[in-house]
Ligand binder design. Structure first.
Ligand code: LCS
Length: 395
């Protein structure tokens, strides 16, 4: 039986979306590794397809293991329902395909994850979609760009990799006034630190590759909708386009999810200490971390987030060349893209995660050549600090 009582978030993360298996009472949900489900009769098959009867048909259309993950994340994000996808980009593209149409216009955060921007500018543009990627921290920039054909306001907060934040509640008001869908990529915060649907967003997406899975061993995504109507529109597109998740992938993500609270808490504690230390370091020119009072939106972080997370971007006084030396000399931190795992990763966005964005647009978005991005993991702070210190000595 599902326990309907409201629990603390730590408890919810461990139990959400799981009903003990009725056959065996197994604690871990079974992996229904099947592409299809048999029908009891021709009549039942037809009833399942029309929706008169509820049940599973074919894994692209739904699967119990995938559904367990979807229910868990929908509950953590306080949404109506969720749709798990094969990658974070499948979640992003499904949102674009659902809410944009031929000749539609969208407004997005300039410092989006590189591919979330590039797919609009180089693929959706082939169907007449136009876009303005602006500094969404500045609400006037958004208001200025709204046109008759604007359909979607798509924001990332904190943004990858600048850590710039956007006022989600204020964006929800703008979206409501102009009849736009507000979609928020909540990957950097995770559902532990921020719930955009509660702040008025319509749709939330995550690359579950990052914090939700947390173990750097799965690629996946998820879309959470505020209402049944939005969920059904997204579900129709996802099922037709086929970017659905696989049951084994869903099981791994669900396993990772159960420790999300512990991981976010530990990584955030490390990140705050590292950001404080880096800010004082003589070789460091600047640090962008929402938990530092020097962050331009420190007050906004306190208003809309429950914590400042574990992503940091910073630049060295020696600029680009010094940054490359730093990332080439770390030993415990790993030079790799991706983020939100238990291990600390470091990378250079301008030449790696955001290399698909043209240089001029990158600079306008604050993705400068000296910017180094650090995804702080769950190791001992002292070990991380010692590693960064020895690498900084060589810069
Ligand atoms: N949204 C955000 C904020 C991301 O950071 C990423 C990937 C995606 C969506 C796409 O998710 P995926 O398809 O990769 O699961 N970000 C990456 C990054 O910063 N480094 O490597 C991938």
């Amino acid at each position: 039986m599902e326990d309907k009582k409201k629990h603390y978030l730590e408890t919810e993360i461990i139990h959400a979306g799981y009903y003990p298996d009725p056959l065996t009472r197994s604690i871990s949900p079974p992996i229904y590794q099947t592409s299809t489900f048999g029908f009891e009769s021709a009549e039942q098959g037809a009833a399942l397809f029309t929706g008169k009867e509820k049940g599973f048909i074919y894994t692209r259309l739904g699967n119990p293991t995938i559904e367990a993950l979807e229910k868990a994340v929908a509950s953590l994000e306080k949404g109506y329902a969720a749709l798990a996808t094969s990658s974070g980009m499948a979640a992003v593209s499904t949102v674009y395909l659902t809410f944009l149409e031929k000749d539609a216009h969208m407004i997005g955060t300039a410092a989006l994850y590189g591919s979330s921007r590039t797919v609009i500018e180089t693929e959706f543009n082939r169907f007449g979609v136009t876009s303005d990627f602006v500094d969404t921290s500045n609400l006037e920039e958004i208001k200025k760009r709204i046109k008759k054909n604007t359909k979607l306001l798509y924001i990332e907060s904190p943004a990858n990799p600048t850590m710039a934040m956007t006022d989600i509640q204020a964006c929800a008001e703008i979206a409501k006034q102009h009849g736009l869908i507000l979609a928020v990529d909540n990957t950097f915060a995770s559902p532990v630190l921020q719930n955009p649907l509660e702040l008025g967003a319509d749709v939330v997406i995550h690359s579950v590759t990052k914090f939700i899975n947390g173990h750097t061993d799965v690629v996946g995504g998820i879309i959470i909708s505020k209402t049944a109507e939005l969920h059904q529109r997204l579900q129709k597109v996802l099922r037709l386009m086929g970017g659905t998740m696989d049951p084994h992938q869903a099981w791994l993500v669900l396993r990772g999810l159960r420790t999300l609270y512990l991981r976010v808490e530990k990584a955030q504690e490390n990140a705050q200490k590292i950001a404080n230390w880096l800010e004082q370091h003589p070789k460091v020119a600047w640090v962008n971390y929402p938990g530092l009072p020097s962050h331009p939106q420190y007050e906004l972080m306190k208003k809309q987030m429950k914590g400042s997370g574990s992503m940091i971007s910073f630049g060295l006084k020696g600029g680009y060349q010094a940054g490359l030396k730093l990332i080439n000399n770390v030993r415990l931190c790993t030079l790799a893209v991706s983020l939100g795992g238990i291990e600390t990763l470091i990378q250079h966005p301008a030449s790696m995660t955001h290399s698909s964005v043209p240089k001029k647009e990158k600079e306008e978005a604050g993705i400068t050549d000296d910017l180094i991005r650090l995804s702080v993991g769950c190791e001992a702070y002292e070990d991380l600090k010692a590693d960064l210190e020895q690498a900084l000595e060589q810069c």
